[in-house]
Design a binder for this molecule. Structure first.
Ligand code: V55
Ligand code: FE
Length: 528
């Protein structure tokens, strides 16, 4: 299958552009309530103000909250015991002009669900950057992944914001940002325990991805770091840790060029890396800009190598210009390696500069769930397959039942604007789609008018639940109530029936990029 065989053309211009901006900026809508990422940069103040920062700003929240025994509409399922954690950027001080909404300090929230009750808590990650800036009373790291502008006083400190994802590993929460090591936090209190967590010295990479996977057979944590030997290095370190924190395998490879390696895939036999033209831009960095720009005309590379080996067998299969940010799932059958990604023709982020100075195109930036495939039995595969799985659904931030990260899977979930709006004169409803890949069908949960859904997270009904049997949850922000947040909890097999329970918070909360479910059995009892 060639890349042209089964791919959909770019979405037609006849479709409302706002639909695509909202979709491409699914992340941002979750971040900012009514704003989208695409609109966000213009809303920043024109200069870093002198004196104390304004208490409010378009992207700032900053309030750390506790709500005990939250108000609930409906009934929390008796078998739902655990915690839903999420993180996102919440700038400690207003972002500099030209900076992007992927910068800003990580603010972690927790919905602890037990015995039909919910306690809510949110805390900043008190990492090296946060503490230094708190002391100075100002921003010391003014530009996204550009150390050249850093205040001289922060030399040697971790630049990590830990604003992208949060997972649990070996009794700790790990808050993640792909340019630095994790920060370890307490699963109950959200206290930062270690601002630069290096797995007791085992982490050799200078960075750690925001998207580790869990081995479906062993429960091992599978992860990697890119720019692993420092700023602008082509080195990638891929590694595997047991659930009790022992490194059991690692390999080193080099990418063909330094692009954003935001996510990756591991299957039973293979590691897959995907290089996109959101590329390192030295000239832009020297001008005071961010780490990346979209380098039109550059190829993509689908890289793969065997797990358990030394990485020397890595093969890079060249493909057309595309973007892919998040993986929904992936598996191999011994001959073919399949990876399902959110894919767009060009730059998916309106705030990431186009290197050629052209205007960002929200239609070419709109993402579809797309299956990439390579025949790994071939000595030198010449191309990889690109097949659009759900041409009607435009969205980012797909998820699956994470117990199926490395094996064949059937169900996926995606936040998306209503693919079949009943009233085309209105903004399409924010939805969750549930995909059944076995018969390529889909099911929809439509949120109400003025509600924006963040990324969803799946919680299995119990350790022995079937794939997809459990709950789908996510934060719903009410634009017409100042961004006030609910947590909606759906039956993951019947999301079209609407929430089983809605946890009602009294206020807006810090925004989210990604969230993670931790079963109650993995949360240590509270310390006295
Ligand atoms: C993403 C988010 C990031 C980042 C790089 O969703 C990629 C994609 C919140 O930070 O730094
Ligand atoms: Fe991500």
């Amino acid at each position: 299958m060639s890349s042209k065989d089964k791919e959909q053309p770019a979405a037609s211009g006849a479709v409302d552009r706002r639909h695509f901006i909202a979709a491409a900026a699914g992340v941002g809508a979750a971040l900012a309530g009514r704003e989208t990422l695409a609109q966000a940069p213009a809303a920043q103040p024109a200069a870093a103000p002198a004196g104390p920062p304004p208490s409010t700003g378009p992207r700032l929240f900053r309030a750390e909250l506790d709500v005990t025994d939250c108000e609930v509409e409906g009934k929390i399922p008796a078998d739902l015991n655990g915690a839903f954690y999420r993180t996102g950027p919440d700038p400690q001080y207003p972002l500099r002009p030209g900076n992007i909404p992927f910068d800003g300090e990580g603010h972690v929230t927790m919905f602890r669900i037990e015995n039909g009750r919910v306690n809510f808590r949110s805390r900043f990650v008190r990492n090296e950057r946060y503490l230094a800036q708190e002391k100075a009373g100002k921003i010391l790291f003014p530009m996204y992944r550009n150390p050249y502008l850093d205040d001289p006083s922060v030399k040697g400190l971790s630049r990590g914001t830990h604003n992208t994802h949060i997972i649990h590993h070996n009794g700790k929460l790990l808050a993640l940002k792909e340019d630095s090591p994790p920060a370890a936090m307490d699963l109950n209190t959200l206290e930062t325990l270690d601002p630069v967590y290096n797995f007791n010295g085992q982490l050799l990479s200078q960075t750690f991805t925001a998207h580790p996977k869990t081995d479906s057979h062993t429960g091992n944590m599978l992860a990697f770091g890119y720019e692993a030997k420092g700023f602008n290095t082509t080195d990638v370190n891929v590694f595997e840790y047991t659930p009790d924190g022992r490194k059991v395998w690692e390999a080193w490879v080099n990418v063909p060029y330094v692009g954003m390696l935001h996510d990756f895939q591991m299957t039973e036999k293979y590691v897959m890396l995907y290089v996109i033209p959101l590329a390192f831009d030295q000239a832009q960095i020297e001008r005071g800009g961010i780490h990346w720009s979209w380098y039109s005309g550059q190829p993509t590379y689908f890289g793969f190598f065997r797990r358990g080996g030394d990485g020397k067998d890595v093969k890079w299969v060249k493909g057309p210009e595309r973007s892919a940010t998040h993986m929904m799932g992936g598996f191999d059958d011994g001959n073919m390696l399949y990876v399902d990604v959110e894919m767009s023709l060009s730059n998916p982020f309106g705030f990431m500069p186009m290197r050629d100075g052209s205007k960002w195109d929200p239609v070419r930036g709109a993402s579809h769930i797309t299956r990439l495939s390579v025949d790994v039995s071939k000595k030198t595969p010449k191309e990889y397959g690109i097949e659009t799985l759900y041409p009607d659904h435009v969205g980012a931030l797909p998820r699956q039942d994470d117990r199926y990260n490395t094996v064949p899977y059937r169900y996926g979930f995606l936040p998306c604007p209503d693919p079949a709006p009943r009233d085309p004169s209105k903004r399409p409803a924010s939805c969750y789609a549930r995909f059944d890949l076995q018969n390529r069908s889909s099911m929809l949960y439509r949120a109400g008018e003025g509600v924006q859904l963040a990324e969803a997270c799946f919680a299995p009904k119990g350790p022995n639940a079937r794939e997809g049997e459990g709950y789908l949850m996510g934060v719903a922000s009410h634009n017409n109530e100042g961004g006030r947040a609910d947590l909606v909890i759906l039956d993951a097999e019947h999301i079209d029936q609407g929430p089983i329970a809605t946890v009602k918070l009294p206020t807006r909360i810090a925004g989210q990029i990604h969230g993670w479910w931790v079963p109650g059995s993995a949360i240590p009892p509270k310390r006295a």
